[in-house]
Design a protein around this ligand. Structure first.
Ligand SMILES: C[S@@+](CC[C@H](N)C(=O)[O-])C[C@H]1O[C@@H](n2cnc3c(N)ncnc32)[C@H](O)[C@@H]1O
Length: 268
């Protein structure tokens, strides 16, 4: 699924970063990687959050960017080459069973990965294992559904036309699986981390035209891309019209601003 979405994530990288940079930057600020440190990015996708850390750790530091999807890793590798980064390695790793040495990293970063994993407790235990004692974990998950109209507005339009399965069981992997910050903190503590701090990290999808947002989101979403491919033009137009109506409350100046909220967590 993520291999299929990787092309859209690469093509739309700048637009996505424009909307979400506060989350990547917030995580890196929380973890504060220092020159010479070794950083692991988990579920790195196209790699942008880790690349911010790579700049801070410098040539004497090391970033290992990991993901389960080889296509995401390939996109990340192309970006690192564009940026001229020479302190980054790329590894295909399942976060729930990391083929990485114990106590070998100072910092672990994970933006929007943990809640998608069937066994987040295993991923956190593995993260604790590969971090050195005192090593920092900074991760972000999506906050509650109602705080994320950037996602629920378009999902609502598809859902109203019977084009999406009902939302997953709250205990199944999914965008909002770890939206309860108490539950998230409990999971992190159970994996052996302490000194847990939480920080709200907002996102804003600002766009002038409905088509602009529609184009990006349907290209990056692993679920919506497949649905659209199965529809005829009239069906697509009907969902798009519905989506446009649902966007009306979010008019802002001469465009729209669909907000969202990530929860950032720092632990040691
Ligand atoms: C929503 S994307 C986030 C990508 C990136 N962290 C970002 O913020 O742009 C989720 C990523 O998690 C990866 N992923 C999902 N399950 C994983 C697992 N078990 N181990 C490692 N990566 C995983 C996917 O391949 C995808 O790249």
């Amino acid at each position: 699924m993520w291999d299929a979405a990787a092309r859209g994530w690469e093509r739309r990288r700048d637009r996505m970063w424009e909307s979400s940079h506060a989350v990547g930057e917030g995580l890196v600020e929380m973890a504060a990687p220092a020159p010479g440190e070794s950083v692991l990015e988990i579920a790195a996708g196209p790699g942008d959050t880790g690349f911010l850390a790579a700049e801070l750790i410098g040539q004497s530091g090391r970033l290992v960017a990991t993901d389960l999807s080889t296509q995401m890793l390939a996109a990340a590798q192309r970006r690192a080459a564009e940026l001229g980064l020479r302190n980054v390695e790329f590894r295909q790793v399942d976060a729930q069973a990391m083929d990485l040495e114990s106590a070998s990293f100072d910092v672990a970063l994970c933006r929007w990965g943990l809640m998608l994993m069937p066994d987040p407790a295993a991923a956190l235990a593995e993260t604790r294992r590969v971090l050195r004692p005192g090593g920092r974990l900074a991760l972000a998950v999506w906050g509650p559904r109602e705080a994320n109209p950037w996602n629920t507005t378009i999902q609502g339009a598809f859902g109203a036309h019977g084009l999406l399965p009902p939302p997953p069981d709250p205990n199944e992997p999914g965008m909002f699986r770890l939206a309860d910050s108490g539950e998230l903190s409990g999971l992190v503590a159970a994996a052996g981390f302490g000194a847990i701090e939480l920080r709200d990290l907002p996102v804003h999808w600002r766009f002038r035209e409905i088509d602009e947002y529609w184009g990006v989101v349907t290209e990056i979403s692993p679920s919506l891309g497949g649905v659209i491919a199965s529809l005829d033009d009239a069906q697509v137009d009907a969902v798009k019209r519905d989506f446009a109506e649902r966007c009306e409350p979010y008019r802002d100046g001469d465009g729209y601003d669909l907000p969202g909220l990530s929860i950032g967590l720092l632990a040691r």
